[in-house]
Design a protein around this ligand. Structure first.
Ligand SMILES: [Zn+2]
Ligand SMILES: [Zn+2]
Length: 718
């Protein structure tokens, strides 16, 4: 850090370059302190950067340093946060410039002035309470929503009120915008059982120090109640609580539940917000005004004035891993952050990642188990259905079971990990299939808009009316995606509503919220969809859940496939039977005798996960060893190979096992040929350190300019 000879400021700017840059103080002024936001000349531009250190003048007198143009604010970021971002960039092999991207919301990374966000809550005025609104039914509806107390502006818009209606009511003084909704009426929630109470006291026992606690609770065991009880005690002590959740797990329902249990407004932080809204949350977190913050992975870097507890919900979810820039894992950064802050962090899941389970067995995390479903609910009964020879059509046994559950007044949830109508479109005459020109993949046929789409690179075009090879008009749709299933289910069960839940049908964030609301009325219906359906939603009316076609995952080249499959299957099964009626779960496969399925069908995820962990250990795969990938890609296959061979020589070490260059599982994607070097070592920190020490040299390799490359520490995708 700064010594007596410090005359330069080391500044990170948001550019992907492997080093920070030195600047002189602004002319006639002193050196801005570490943590300040500054405007600096960079090439012909001016950029916003952060002072991360002070330095001595360069030994080489011929190097001409430029002065900082302007100090924007002093000490915006404290040392612990700077250290965390620095650790993050080093550990994940990212450029120091990424630090600025992690720490500052978009509005603070630009020189341009930003518009402050409107006050986030809407409250009814006394005029509004009395007003005669019989000729303005939407305004009357909105008033009804506000009768019990203020609501977030966002929540009103998401529940279907237009910005226009809201503006008219604001203009007429019927409602007003307020910064804070004041006291939120809190509800006590259900009484905790013995296991839950034990978990809460374990978390609270760690309130003055760092401890990582892995809360492994079967689906429906009331993990959220445990976090919320512990969080409430932290709030009573004047501490802030940060709750991290996966990308598509954030629903209005969850936010409302958190608010009502904690009796405090939840400040929300995610990429779907406007820049002004994100800035408002960032500032509220920094000043301590935000006591409860709920956000996706980037919220792990929010400045906190009085931190007390961090919770990572659904910690196994892969959306916590950032896919570009600093490829950090939000869960692992949360643990590091809690360690630096000296506070507890709770990682919760019904299907813990093998990484966290490994840490628990090694004694680094404390394992807390919840083995009973809360209330009267029981785990669903499992059945594996042999679906050989029924490709593309609804399985008759599945149909029989759906009918029975609907007749008994239940709701049905069907999971299929494929959007679109059919995964393959093929010519019956010559065997041509519609493939992506830029990827090693079939195009998916979407019937609704008569298009072919590549789900890997996003290209799409109109489906041809006949085979482009032989001209035959007989094109076959092979297999079934969610769109086709929806059609088939509607034809078979015309008497009930069939809802499709995937990225094509749920385009706005509030679409899904509205659907969840509708389904909770309990009327018999069928939900069919992808990932979105599998995420922790509480749907008490669902009595039958089914997973269709798991077979690809059983034979995947990705060593993580069995883990992901087990998680999805267990999460989907866990949607059934959470209310008063017993639940049932069906798994359809063409390989009913597969040993993985047998292990899963026992319904004990932790036992299944421990078995997988033992296999990983035997094979010396993560998390038993650390894995980093050095990835490279280019428009032709030669350049990435050459780069990785040069890199391999540079990274050579006795302590590191190196495999490759190998092609990625999907070798060509988006027009790029993708190769990778596997780097494995027994120790994560040592492997990361080895890479960090050579990252500049990698940038300087002659072949580096001919490829796109990056390091991915703890890579999830192969
Ligand atoms: Zn053909
Ligand atoms: Zn493609």
């Amino acid at each position: 850090m700064s010594g007596p000879a410090a005359v330069t400021a080391r500044v990170v700017v948001p550019v992907p370059l492997p080093r920070p840059f030195d600047y002189l103080p602004p002319s006639g002024a002193r050196l801005p302190p570490v943590g300040s936001r500054v405007l600096v000349p960079f090439g012909r531009r001016q950029l916003v950067g952060i002072v991360v250190d002070h330095g001595s003048p360069p030994a080489d007198r011929s190097v001409k340093l430029r002065p900082i143009a302007r100090v924007l604010d002093e000490v915006l970021l404290d040392d612990r946060l700077l250290e965390l971002a620095d650790w993050c960039c080093r550990y994940y092999g990212a450029a120091p410039g990424e630090t600025a991207n992690l720490l500052l919301p978009g509005a603070l990374r630009r020189v341009k002035a930003f518009r402050p966000a409107p006050k986030p809550f809407i409250e009814l005025t006394s005029t509004g309470r009395e007003a005669e609104l019989s000729r303005a039914p939407r305004q009357a509806d909105l008033r009804d929503r506000l009768i019990t107390g203020p609501l977030a502006r966002r929540e009103l818009l998401e529940s279907g009120f237009s910005a226009d209606v809201l503006r008219r009511m604001l203009d007429a003084g019927l409602v007003r915008a307020v910064e804070d909704p004041g006291v939120i009426q809190s509800t006590a929630g259900p009484e905790l059982n013995a296991e839950q109470r034990h978990a809460v006291s374990a978390i609270l026992a760690a309130r003055h120090r760092f401890e990582a606690l892995l809360l492994a609770g079967i689906t429906g065991s009331g993990k959220t109640e445990v976090y919320l009880h512990a969080a409430r005690r932290m709030l009573e002590r004047g501490r802030q609580v940060l709750i991290l959740i996966p990308e598509i797990g954030l629903t209005a329902q969850l936010v409302r539940r958190i608010e009502s249990r904690l009796g405090a407004p939840a400040h929300v932080y995610h990429s779907g917000l406007s820049e002004g809204e994100r800035l408002a949350c960032w500032q509220a977190a920094r000043t301590g005004r935000a006591r409860v913050i709920v956000g996706t992975r980037s919220a792990v870097f929010l400045p906190l004035k009085r931190p007390g507890l961090i919770v990572v919900d659904e910690e196994h979810d892969s959306s916590f891993k950032q896919a570009e820039g600093a490829r950090y894992h939000g869960r692992d950064v949360a643990v590091m952050r809690a360690r630096k802050l000296g506070i507890p962090v709770v990682l919760g899941s019904a299907t813990p990642s093998l990484e966290s389970l490994h840490n628990a067995t090694q004694g680094r995390y404390r394992l807390l188990e919840l083995t009973e479903r809360a209330g009267a609910a029981n785990l669903p009964r499992w059945r594996i259905i042999d679906a050989r020879g029924r490709s593309g059509r609804l399985d008759p046994e599945l149909v029989r079971n759906i009918r029975r559950h609907l007749d008994e007044g239940g709701q049905v949830l069907i999971y299929r990990n494929r959007r679109g109508y059919a995964p393959v479109l093929m010519c019956a005459e010559c065997g041509w299939s519609a493939d992506c020109r830029r990827c090693d993949a079939h195009m998916t046929w979407h019937q609704a808009n008569a298009s072919l789409q590549c789900h890997h690179c996003g290209v799409h075009h109109r489906a041809p009316p006949r085979c482009p090879e032989c001209g035959s008009p007989e094109l076959l749709a092979l297999g079934a995606g969610t769109e086709r299933l929806e059609d088939q289910l509607k034809a078979e069960f015309a008497e009930v509503a069939v809802y499709r839940v995937d990225r094509d049908s749920m385009t706005g964030r509030h679409d899904f919220d509205q659907l969840l609301e509708k389904v909770r009325d309990g009327k018999p219906c069928i939900l069919v969809g992808t990932q979105m359906l599998a995420k922790g939603h509480h749907l008490p009316g669902v009595t039958l859940a089914a997973v269709l076609d798991v077979d690809q995952a059983l034979f995947s080249a990705d060593f993580r496939a069995p883990e992901r499959l087990g998680q999805v299957v267990c999460q989907v099964a866990g949607r059934a039977g959470r209310g008063e009626r017993a639940g049932e779960f069906l798994l359809l496969t063409r390989h009913p005798e597969h040993p993985l399925l047998e292990a899963m069908a026992r319904g004990d995820y932790l036992a299944y996960a421990r078995k997988l962990l033992a296999e990983r250990q035997a094979a010396e795969l993560p998390p038993a060893t650390a894995l980093a990938l050095l990835r490279a890609e280019a428009h032709q296959p030669e350049a990435p190979r050459v780069f990785l061979e040069q890199a391999g020589r540079l990274l050579h070490s006795k302590r590191i096992e190196m495999i490759g260059p190998l092609p990625a599982i999907m070798t060509r994607r988006g027009g790029y040929w993708r190769f990778q070097l596997w780097l494995q070592a027994p120790d994560r920190a040592a492997l990361a350190g080895h890479l960090a020490a050579r990252i500049e040299a990698l940038h300087d390799l002659p072949a580096a300019r001919k490829v796109r490359w990056h390091v991915d520490m703890d890579a999830l995708e192969l």
